[in-house]
Unconditional design. Structure first.
Length: 248
C-alpha cells in the first residue's frame, strides 16, 4: 500500500470539491490523510467541509485561509502541513478534478517498479473523453523555455515529461524537502511550471498513462488571470534563462 496524503486546494467550488473528495474516498488505495486548503471561499464550502471533518475526522483535515492566496499560497500551506506529518508521498490536487478509483493503486505499482523516480503524474481527460494534452508537456528549449504538449498518441504507454499542472501529481516527501515549497509570490498561473522545473533538476517525472483524472472545469480566460499569466511567464523565463546561461 502507498503511504500518502493528498493536498487539495479549493476556492468557491463547493460542488466540484465535494465530487473530488468523494472520488478520493472511493480509491482502491486510499489516502491516509486529505488536507483541504480553502483559499477563503465565500460560498458554503466551509459549512460542507466542517460536516465532512466531523464524519471523517481521521482522514480529512480542513484549513481555511483568511484571504485568497491563489494556488501558489494554497499549495505552499498544504505541503508545509503535509510535511509535518508522517507520509512518504504527497499528492497534489485541484478542486476541479475527479479520480478514477484505481488512480493511486496504479501509481503505487509504478512507484514499486521505478524506485529512483520521485515524481509521478497521471493522465488528465476532458469531459468529452479526450486527453487534455496541455496538462503534460515537454521542454524544447532550456534557455527560452519553449515547450510542447505531449501528443495524445503517447498516452497509450507511460512516458517521461518535463512540465505539468497540479492535477494528479504525486511527489516523494524527500523531493519536497530538497526543492522547497511552491513560490507564493506567483499567486496563480505558471506556479506549477516553475515547480516542475525545480523537480526535473532532481528526478525524472513519469506519467502513468492508465491512471486517470477527469477535469471538470476548464476555466475561461479573464483579465486578472491574463495578467498573472504574462507576468509569471516573464518571471519564470528570466529566472531559468539566467540559470541556464550561468551554467553554460
Amino acid at each position: 500500500m502507498l503511504n500518502y496524503a493528498v493536498v487539495l486546494v479549493t476556492y468557491n467550488q463547493q460542488e466540484k470539491l465535494l465530487a473530488c473528495l468523494e472520488s478520493l474516498q472511493h480509491q482502491n488505495c486510499p489516502a491516509k490523510r486529505i488536507i483541504v486548503v480553502d483559499n477563503g471561499s465565500t460560498d458554503d464550502t466551509g459549512v460542507a467541509m466542517l460536516n465532512l471533518v466531523q464524519k471523517y475526522p481521521e482522514q480529512i483535515q480542513y484549513v481555511r485561509l483568511a484571504t485568497n492566496r491563489g494556488c501558489a499560497g494554497g499549495f505552499h500551506k498544504g505541503l508545509r502541513l503535509a510535511q509535518q506529518q508522517n507520509f512518504k508521498w504527497i499528492a497534489l490536487s485541484t478542486d476541479d478534478i475527479t479520480y478514477q478509483s484505481d488512480f493511486f493503486n496504479l501509481l503505487a505499482q509504478a512507484v514499486h517498479k521505478n524506485p529512483t523516480v520521485q515524481c509521478f503524474s497521471g493522465s488528465v481527460y476532458q469531459s468529452d473523453g479526450t486527453v487534455e494534452t496541455s496538462q503534460r508537456r515537454k521542454l524544447l528549449n532550456h534557455a527560452t523555455l519553449t515547450q510542447k504538449d505531449i501528443a495524445a498518441k503517447r498516452y497509450s504507454n507511460e512516458f517521461y515529461l518535463d512540465l505539468f499542472t497540479f492535477r494528479g501529481i504525486l511527489l516523494k516527501r524527500e523531493l519536497i524537502q530538497d526543492i522547497g515549497l511552491p513560490n507564493q509570490a506567483y499567486f496563480t498561473q505558471h506556479t506549477d511550471t516553475e515547480y516542475a522545473l525545480r523537480i526535473r533538476k532532481r528526478t525524472k517525472i513519469l506519467n502513468v498513462s492508465k491512471a486517470i483524472v477527469h477535469h471538470t472545469n476548464i476555466a475561461e480566460p479573464n483579465d486578472w488571470k491574463n495578467y498573472y499569466f504574462v507576468r509569471n511567464q516573464i518571471l519564470v523565463c528570466k529566472q531559468y534563462w539566467l540559470f541556464v546561461n550561468c551554467c553554460w
